[in-house]
Each structure stands twice: as structure tokens, then as C-alpha cells.
Design a protein around this ligand. Structure first.
Ligand code: ADP
Length: 542
């Protein structure tokens, strides 16, 4: 395998420098382009992360320095895509991998439910391409397929005429989610069938599209879809699509046929009454290849680029990191954190330099180490630091617990707990952060530590899964070359304290070393350039 990463990072750097320079031209005395900045405040009518941002206009051509021979046609069938329908890492991965393959010369489409909540302002050239019917529960449901382009990537949206995918959020609408994704899986194949679209690879993700391989081999392969091979990527095993035989039958497959150990029965339910099926297991059995996401990872460095990021008030890069301080001060002012020295003009007050800002951007689920996240609030406050949590809970008890914490802390000077999903704010927080905290109990891959690093935030992580593969402790003498953050092993509060204490000591007492870490983390290449090639090899092998 040969990667032209150095050439790539050069062109990246060039683009970054241009962006920073352009910002400078507009700017003034500070030399980092903050002349036109309007500083936000918590009393603003519209919060600073909700204002209108320019459209990103990113193109997949930017990183096209590796071209594969024998390009393939790949269709991703997925429940999420960043930035228009994103809940967690799945959305990032699909967009990043699709863009990487496009830029290597492959033809790539993404098929996505046309959620009512989808951020349509990010879709270019949205047009109806097909009106057709797709089967569900004894009926043929009138369905519309649209085509559009999202951040340079072609997307096909599937819109049924029933209630599926309606509501304010990607997940949790008032329709039956399992049945909706069964419908979607079939509707994607039906669309390929009626339009005679025969990709080389259908790439499905997670339980939501786990039934597609079954539907493909047992229905559509007997019709006209002969060419595609199926890849399944499992990003997170926690969710496996528990399904009854009757529910699976609604897709048009005979559910009872799949209730055996070599097909889709969930082995753990054997002997129970009733036994249950697992769509993820079915997907594993029926796919040509299965990838457990922990093996491969990458971030979309077009979307996550502090030198061009449309959401940042001031851009920066590893060569010109000054803008980061302004991003920090911007967020501090916007959230009312910079209590001392909030003043007019572009003077960044001492507190911005002195108080380390730790951010934690996460789905608030047990996997992410909830007790450690809530403990961090207390400890960071004791240490005189600042912390912002941007998190969304799906469980009512967790929501209530964090609402309680928010009530307790959000009026104070150093902690903000923001219980919502905001892609825009997440970009600004990564840019503002001195440290990004990821105390997960388990983490197949983890993107937030990688994104944080690209934005110059030093990771403080628990040593597990993908976090252990990407973050190496500063105080581990045996591995000093790779050292780029702070790592702890235990799941107890003391272990977390120790890592935070050490990170704060570096920040406050060893500024040169701290600046060295920032430069190092920003230079780490966690892009898809490193890993997309492995997927391409896999596509060829099947
Ligand atoms: P997971 O896929 O388990 O949620 P990852 O670390 O792989 O975790 O990916 C999380 C992605 O979702 C990152 O891009 C992160 O910035 C984003 N994210 C998580 N929670 C939020 C939130 N509340 N608001 C905005 N972005 C979020």
C-alpha cells in the first residue's frame, strides 16, 4: 500500500495558509483577522452558534492526490450522514469514507432516508428523480427518490408517503423505528431494481440496514440485481436491531425462515419464548464482508479543518495557531465564561490564557463514562479550570441527571452544560478547547479525540479501544515520540483526577512543552488518507 500523505499534507497546509492569510487581510491590529469580529454574549437574542453561516462549498477534489486503478461504484446505505443527518460518529464516517473514495476516483452515492428534520439548506440541486412503490406490510407504499449533493457528495434520498422518518429528530420519531428501517432497506434495493442501478458494492452500516443483505440475496438477487456485493460495517455493537419474526415478515421476507442459528436468530435468546431475531446478526451472516469499525478509522479533514472551518470566528492552523486563542475567548464570551475581563475590543484577557478550557462533546449514554463526565465537572472546577459539556441524552433519567447538573453549575463562572445537539457549536468548541475529555468505558474507535487534536485540543482519554490506539501519554517515558495527550486506565474517579491533574500541570507550569503538544496533535494525520485504501482493497477482494 502506498500513500502520498506528505504531498497531501503539503497541499492541505497550503490551503490552510491561504485561508489564514485571507482572514488576516480582512483583519487588523491583532494580525489574525479578528478586525470584523462581533463578540457574542449570553444575552444575545440568537445564540452565537445559531447565526447564519456561509455555505462550506467543499469539493472532494481537494484531496485527490491518490487515484485507484479499476474504480468501483459504491452505494452506501445508511441511517446517518454528516452534516445533514448526524447523531454521532456514524454520520461522520459515512461522509468521510465516501469523500475519500470519490477523491480516489470511485463513483460513490449515499442513500439516506429523507428525514423530515434533515437540514435541507446543506443540500444542493435537490431534485425528484424517481417515483415508485416499495413493499411494506402487505402494501406497496408510494415512494419518492430525490437526488442532491451534500458537501460535494451525491446523495439519494428516499421518502415514503407514510409516517416513517417524520419528526424533529433523526431517531425517536413517533413511528416504529425498526419497521421504518426495514422499509428503507428494501426501498433502496427496490430503487436500484426499478432504475437498473447495479453498483459493484452496496455498503451498509449498523443494524438499521442489517436486513438489506437478506433482502438482497433472497429477493433482489433473484430478480435483476446480480452484480452488487455487500459490505457491512459495524460501528457499535451495542445496538443490534432486535426484531420479531412478524416484524421481519413486514419487509416481505418470511420471518420464520430466518429464525435459525445459521441465519438471524439472536443466539442469546435461544430457548426463550419468543426467540428474537437480530438484524445485525442477519447482516453479518448475509454480507460478503464485515468490518468492525474499531479496526479502521479516520476523520473527514475537509469538514474538520480549523484553517477553513466556516463556523470558526477566526481560522488557524498548526503553523499559525494564534487564532485558536480568539476562538477560545469567543466561546468564553458567548457562554459567559470569561467573567473577568469581558471587555470591548480584541484584547484577550488573562483568564483566557490561565484557565484551561476542557470540552466534552458526546452522546450522553453509559458507554461514554457518564459518572466520569459528571465527576470531571467537580474536579475541573476545583482545579480552577473551565468545562463545557455539549451532550445529548436519549434516556430520560440521564437527561434529568444532567439537567440537574446544568441547573447547579450553568449560572456560575466556569462550567456550562449544554444538553442539545449542535454541529455548529461542536466545531467552535473543538477550536476553543485546550483539552478534549473522552472518558469512555469502551470506544470502538472514537472521533472526538481525533477531531479535538486537529483543532489543537489535547486529548485526555481513558485507555480503551480506539482511544488507546490514538492517544499516548505524555508521561510514558517508553513512548515519548508518540506522546500526544493524557491517558488513564481505571474507571474510578481517582484515575480521571490523576490524568486531569497532570494535564493541568503541563498547561500551567510547562508552557513550552504544552505548546509542543498542541503542535504535535495538530500535525497528527488521522485522515481517511490512511485508511480508505484498506476499504478499497476490501471492495476489490469481494
Ligand atoms: P459515537 O459514534 O459513539 O457517538 P464518536 O466519537 O465516534 O462517538 O463520534 C461522535 C461524533 O458526534 C463527533 O463528530 C462529535 O463531534 C459528534 N457529537 C456527539 N455529540 C454531539 C452533540 N451533542 N452535538 C454535536 N455533535 C456531537
Amino acid at each position: 500500500m502506498h500513500f502520498h500523505t506528505s504531498q497531501n499534507s503539503q497541499s492541505c497546509l497550503l490551503a490552510s495558509s491561504v485561508a489564514v492569510l485571507q482572514a488576516e487581510k480582512r483583519g487588523s491590529s491583532t494580525g489574525v483577522g479578528v478586525g470584523e469580529l462581533i463578540w457574542p454574549s449570553p444575552s444575545d437574542g440568537t445564540p452565537f452558534w445559531k447565526k447564519d453561516f456561509p455555505s462550506s462549498g467543499v469539493s472532494p477534489e481537494v484531496f485527490a492526490d491518490v487515484k485507484d486503478s479499476d474504480p468501483k461504484h459504491i452505494i452506501h446505505v445508511t441511517a446517518e450522514m454528516a452534516p445533514i443527518a448526524k447523531v454521532g460518529g456514524l454520520g461522520d464516517v459515512v461522509t468521510g469514507l465516501a469523500r475519500a473514495c470519490l477523491s480516489r476516483g470511485h463513483t460513490v452515492d449515499i442513500m439516506l432516508p429523507f428525514y423530515e428534520c434533515i437540514q435541507k439548506q446543506h443540500i444542493k440541486d435537490l431534485t425528484v428523480i424517481t417515483k415508485y412503490n416499495s413493499y411494506h406490510d402487505g402494501n406497496w407504499v408510494p415512494t419518492t427518490a430525490y437526488r442532491g449533493v451534500v458537501s460535494g457528495i451525491p446523495v439519494i434520498f428516499i421518502e415514503p408517503s407514510n409516517l416513517f422518518f417524520k419528526g424533529q429528530y433523526v431517531y425517536g420519531g413517533s413511528y416504529n423505528e425498526l419497521e421504518a428501517y426495514l422499509f428503507f432497506s428494501r426501498a433502496c434495493l427496490e430503487w436500484m431494481q426499478v432504475t437498473s442501478t447495479q453498483p459493484d458494492i452496496i455498503h451498509v452500516h449498523e443494524w438499521q440496514t442489517g436486513a438489506l443483505p437478506l433482502l438482497y440475496w433472497d429477493i433482489y438477487h433473484h430478480l435483476s440485481l446480480k452484480k452488487p456485493r455487500i459490505v457491512l460495517t459495524i460501528h457499535n455493537m451495542e445496538h443490534y436491531g432486535e426484531c420479531s419474526k412478524e416484524q421481519l415478515s413486514k419487509s416481505g421476507l418470511e420471518g420464520s425462515v430466518y429464525a435459525s442459528i445459521d441465519k438471524a436468530v439472536d443466539d442469546r435468546t435461544i430457548g426463550h419464548n419468543p426467540e428474537r431475531l437480530s438484524l445485525l446478526k442477519g447482516g453479518i451472516v448475509y454480507s460478503n464482508a464485515v468490518v468492525y469499525f474499531g479496526i479502521l478509522n479516520g476523520i473527514d479533514i475537509t469538514m474538520w479543518n480549523p484553517a477553513t472551518d466556516i463556523f470558526l470566528p477566526v481560522k488557524f492552523n498548526d503553523q499559525k495557531p494564534e487564532g485558536k486563542k480568539f476562538c477560545k475567548y469567543y466561546v468564553q464570551r458567548g457562554l459567559g465564561l470569561a467573567s473577568e475581563g469581558t471587555q470591548d475590543g480584541n484584547h484577550v484577557p488573562d483568564i483566557t490564557y490561565k484557565a484551561p478550557l476542557v470540552v466534552c462533546i458526546t452522546r450522553l449514554v453509559p458507554q461514554k463514562g457518564l459518572h466520569l463526565i459528571s465527576h470531571a465537572i467537580k474536579h475541573i472546577e476545583e482545579l480552577g479550570g473551565q468545562m463545557v459539556i455539549l451532550g445529548k441524552a436519549s434516556d430520560v433519567r440521564v437527561q434529568t441527571e444532567f439537567e440537574g447538573l446544568a441547573k447547579l453549575h450553568n449560572q456560575g463562572p466556569c462550567i456550562r452544560i449544554l444538553l442539545m445537539f449542535s454541529d455548529e457549536l461542536s466545531h467552535m468548541l473543538y477550536a476553543a478547547a485546550d483539552m478534549v475529555l473522552v472518558p469512555s468505558i469502551y470506544e470502538p474507535c472514537g472521533l472526538t479525540q481525533m477531531i479535538g487534536m486537529r483543532y489543537g485540543a489535547v486529548p485526555v482519554v481513558r485507555k480503551t479501544g480506539g482511544l488507546a490506539d490514538t492517544v499516548f501519554d505524555m508521561d510514558d517515558q517508553s513512548n515519548h515520540n508518540k506522546a500526544n495527550g493524557f491517558v488513564f486506565e481505571g474507571i474510578d474517579e481517582g484515575s480521571l483526577n490523576c490524568a486531569l491533574d497532570r494535564a493541568f500541570t503541563y498547561f500551567r507550569e510547562k508552557p513550552d512543552e504544552w505548546n509542543g503538544i498542541i503542535k504535535k496533535v495538530m500535525e497528527v494525520d488521522n485522515s481517511w488518507n490512511n485508511t480508505a485504501g484498506k476499504y478499497v482493497e476490501l471492495y476489490h477482494s469481494i
